[in-house]
Each structure stands twice: as C-alpha cells, then as structure tokens.
Design a protein around this ligand. Structure first.
Ligand code: ADP
Length: 324
C-alpha cells in the first residue's frame, strides 16, 4: 500500500497528550523521520520528548493524533509496529537478578524468535556490545556504563529497523558517551534508523543528520542539523535611523529588511565585526540613533539547554558515577 521509495520510519500527525493530572505534554505535533536517518529530538527538560517516545513505543496512551512506524499504525497494527522498534529507555530497567545472557535472551522470545534464533541473536548482540565475556554474571554486578550497553543489546535482539533511545548518555561520563556514539554511528551506517532524545546540543550535533526541537509540547524547529546550526549562528540587529529610508532600501553587503521608514533589520553572521556594519552604514550616509540585538528564539532555547548542561556538569563532578 505504501510507496517503498518514500518510506518513513516514523510518521506522526497531530499528536497530543494530556496527562490525567491535566498537564498537556504534547500540543498536536507533526514529525517525519525517514528510513535510514539519524534523528535527534532535542529540547529542554519537560518539553515533551519522553512523552512522544513513550507514545511511539506504546508505553503512554495518546490523547489524539496518529503514529505510524514503517507504515504500521500503532493502533491498528500494534504488533507489526512493535516488531520494527527497539527501545532503550532513560531509566535502567533491567531485571537485575537475571544473568546478562538472560536479560537479552528472554525478551527475544516475546518477539516470537525461535529458541535457536534467540541464542544466535543474543550472542551476536552481546558480542557487539562487548558483554559476551560477562554473560554469566548477574546484571546487578555490572557498572552503570555496562548496564546501558546491556539495554542496547537487549533492544537490538530482534533486529529492529528503528532504534529509539531516550537520553542515552544522560549522566554517563565522557568516555562511555564517546564509545556509545561510535557504536550508534556504526549501526546507523549499516542501515538502522535511529531516533534519540537528548538535551545535549553537542550530542545531536555530533551524531544526527536531522533534528526536531520541541519546546512546551510544540515542534519549534524541524530541519537538517546543519541548517539549524546556521540559524543559530545568525544574529539580527534592529537599527533606529536618524533619517528615513525608502521601502526598498538594501544595505550594501548585508541582508537587510526595512521594518518602517526609520527602522531596519540587519542579519549578520556571528563573529562578523560590527565595524563592517558601521562602515556600510556610513557609506550609505545613514546615521544610527540606537541599535539592539533582536532576540533569537532558537538561541534562547539553546541557552536554556546549555544552562542545564552546565548544571549537570557540576553534578557530575560532585556525584561521580557509572565508570566502566
Ligand atoms: P521531557 O522528556 O522533554 O523532559 P516529558 O515528556 O517527560 O518531557 O514531560 C512533559 C510534561 O509532561 C512535563 O510537564 C511533565 O511534568 C509532564 N509529565 C510527564 N509524565 C507525566 C505523568 N506520568 N503524569 C503527569 N505529567 C507528566
């Protein structure tokens, strides 16, 4: 029924969620993730990222809208949709008394894999995540970083086409973060579509080709990572002018718009010297009475992300955790 060439790994339409306590976490979002993509759902804490992931992975009931996973509607074809998805949750939710082996082997059965196939896939996944040597230990004996790797192995046991990770590196140290990044890049190159939620801009920047930015239950940006970064590095200045300018006025060498006859907006790439702007203004015979930096909504959002990251850094120093 669906066109193979334009296959979407995930297609979300007008998705909304209001929790029983009255909190509206999603206000009708649309989102498409193409097959093969590496997609970041980025946003500050409380934006609605986990809610969106929870709905896609059928842990949370939606209030409205539709979700399709590789063309399978999660309401009408839940089992087929589920078979396409591997999930790595934010919280460690391993059965801590199971052996490492069984943490991966047991769920394989839930996906309908035969015993033989389950054994083969369990070994493959544990080897890929460098946990094969630890297979007979109980999960609770593993370090934090290993537990996270074990959750990834478990998520991959049924060879899902879409891997979803909710804040995969929150609170893990830099070494583990980098080795997880390498692994994720590797499986994405081999064809697995990956969606991750993160509030680390750096993580999205390093890994992802596309980014959706969510804030207060709304998608506020959805573009290629490179385009978002470009927008982020753009600054807009509002200049008040002593004399009026014609409606079609253009400031030489800059991208400018006339707001009204005594006010223009000038776009500048961050790092461009303001002297260049003033040179161009002088050359045009324009006197500026005042100027201000127009706030960039995207930048404000990122400032909040960065502030949070700094809080966490401080926390990481005071609470060292999860060494391999
Ligand atoms: P994020 O993952 O971006 O941090 P969440 O999806 O966890 O955001 O949360 C979005 C909003 O929904 C927040 O205001 C949060 O407090 C609220 N929320 C999340 N889970 C629940 C829940 N189970 N019950 C009530 N409110 C919730």
């Amino acid at each position: 029924m669906h066109n193979r060439r334009s296959m979407q790994a995930l297609s979300i339409r007008n998705l909304s969620k209001t929790y029983a306590n009255g909190v509206t976490a999603l206000r009708g979002i649309d989102l498409d993730v193409a097959e093969g993509d590496f997609f970041a759902l980025l946003g500050p804490n409380g934006a609605g990222k986990s809610t969106a992931i929870g709905i896609v992975t059928s842990l949370v009931n939606k209030t409205g809208g539709t979700v399709e996973v590789f063309g399978h509607n999660i309401e009408t074809e839940l089992e087929k949709a589920k078979a396409c998805i591997g999930v790595v949750p934010q919280e460690i939710n391993l059965n801590q008394w199971d052996t490492v082996y069984n943490c991966v082997y047991n769920p394989a059965g839930f996906y309908g894999l035969s015993a033989k196939r389950s054994r083969i896939r369990t070994e493959t996944c544990l080897r890929e995540l460098q946990l094969w040597e630890r297979r007979d230990e109980t999960a609770r004996n593993l370090s934090g970083g290993m537990k996270r790797r074990l959750m990834i192995a478990r998520a991959l046991v049924h060879k899902p086409k879409l891997l979803i990770l909710d804040e995969p590196t929150a609170g893990v140290d830099i070494e583990i973060r980098r080795s997880m990044w390498d692994f994720l890049r590797h499986i994405n190159q081999k064809g697995t579509t990956i969606i991750l939620t993160t509030h680390y801009l750096e993580e999205a920047e390093n890994l992802c080709r596309h980014v959706g930015i969510i804030d207060d239950g709304r998608i506020v940006e959805n573009d290629r990572m490179s385009a978002v970064l470009r927008k982020l590095h753009q600054e807009v200045f509002l200049l008040n002018l002593e004399e009026s300018v014609p409606a079609d006025f253009q400031l030489q060498g800059f991208s400018s718009t006339v707001v009204n006859e005594n006010e223009i907006e000038v776009e500048m790439h961050k790092g461009t010297s303001l002297n260049q702007l003033f040179k161009a203004l002088s050359a045009a015979g324009i006197n500026v009475t005042s100027m201000r930096n127009k706030t960039n909504r995207l930048e404000e959002l990122f400032m909040r992300l960065v502030e949070r990251r700094e809080d966490e850094r401080t926390r990481e120093v005071t609470e060292p955790e999860q060494r391999i």
